[in-house]
Design a protein around this ligand. Structure first.
Ligand code: GDP
Length: 297
């Protein structure tokens, strides 16, 4: 289960406080030490942990908290609020173009869940906005990526624009956008190539696609199961592409929580959606407060 270890460790840190009628600064220090370890063990970025603990400590040692009737409860609330703030406070909606089509470019490493997320997002837009998205198959390197996009397109009822694997992805995007203009599609979702790791060729290709497609959203798809590595990937892509948001996938797995808790602070970019399964309906808007509640159990 996602966040299981982190939830347990945090509950343990609080149970020490809960048992006490009167909480002292030393008790707060002890629980802060445990919270710090819990976050580090969950693979949260070191700088993020440091800031987190500092903020919570500053708020928790105030006399009003320690002298109150329920200091433990108040400290839990402070931790909850800080978790929420660390993940970005409020949900951030998709950027929309003033004139159709809104262009959404997906980027990410191979296997992160890009193609699946394109299908999920198309389904969401079709169901919630009665949209007519065009999906552009610009991942020409991974075997079967185009077929996979055709399959998900069919599943969710979205048209797929593909030119096979022998055409340059920039050309595919150019022609796909032209077709979307002709057809008055309201959304264009571009499935781009990934690699096993960030490399120059991939980044140049993505930067070129960005320049020609002028996307309203560049969503970076990252695998939550990869923890700290997901945070590094997000930083690398953001430095090169100036992404507008993140989709965190595989939150139905037993991710420790590091990616969810680090990405916003490290990149400054919001997590907009989370993937919670392989099925097309398993995409949810990311609500930092709900995620904080889930972490605190
Ligand atoms: P791409 O290489 O980035 O396009 O990745 P794919 O879309 O092909 O996804 C790679 C694998 O991850 C596939 O087996 C997907 O079914 C799976 N996957 C994608 N998103 C999720 C998710 O949110 N949860 C789970 N459990 N699996 C996912």
């Amino acid at each position: 289960m996602a966040f299981e270890g982190l939830s347990e460790r945090l509950q343990k840190a609080f149970s020490g406080l809960r048992r006490k009628g009167k909480v002292t600064e030393a008790d707060v220090r002890d629980s802060m030490r445990e919270i710090r370890l819990a976050l580090l063990e969950a693979d949260v970025n070191f700088g993020v942990v440091k800031e987190f603990v500092k903020n919570v400590r500053e708020k928790a040692v105030g006399t009003e908290v320690l002298d109150s009737l329920s200091p433990a409860q108040q400290i839990i609330k402070i931790v909850n609020d800080e978790l929420t703030a660390t993940m970005g406070d409020a949900a951030v909606p998709l950027n929309k173009a003033p004139h159709i089509p809104t262009v959404i470019m997906m980027a990410g490493l191979q296997g992160a869940g890009k193609t699946t997320t394109v299908g999920k997002l198309a389904k969401r837009l079709i169901e919630q906005e009665k949209a007519r998205p065009l999906l552009i198959a610009a991942d020409v390197y991974r075997p079967a990526a185009i077929d996979q996009l055709q399959v998900v397109g069919e599943q969710v009822g979205a048209q797929v624009f593909a030119l096979g694997t022998d055409v340059d992805p920039r050309e595919i995007v150019r022609q796909g956008l032209a077709q979307a203009q002709l057809q008055h599609n309201d959304y264009v979702l571009i499935d781009t190539a990934g690699r096993l790791q960030i490399d120059e060729k991939l980044m140049t290709e993505l930067a070129d696609i960005k320049a020609l497609a002028e996307p309203n959203e560049i969503l970076l798809v990252v695998d939550a199961m990869t923890g700290q590595a997901a945070t590094d990937v997000a930083k690398g892509f953001d430095e090169r592409l100036d992404i507008t948001g993140v989709v965190l996938t595989k939150l139905d797995g037993d991710t420790r929580g590091g990616a969810a808790l680090s990405i916003r602070k490290v990149t400054g970019k919001p997590i907009k959606f989370v993937g919670q399964g392989e099925k097309m309906e398993a995409l949810d808007v990311f609500y930092p407060d709900r995620m904080a509640n889930r972490i605190l159990g």
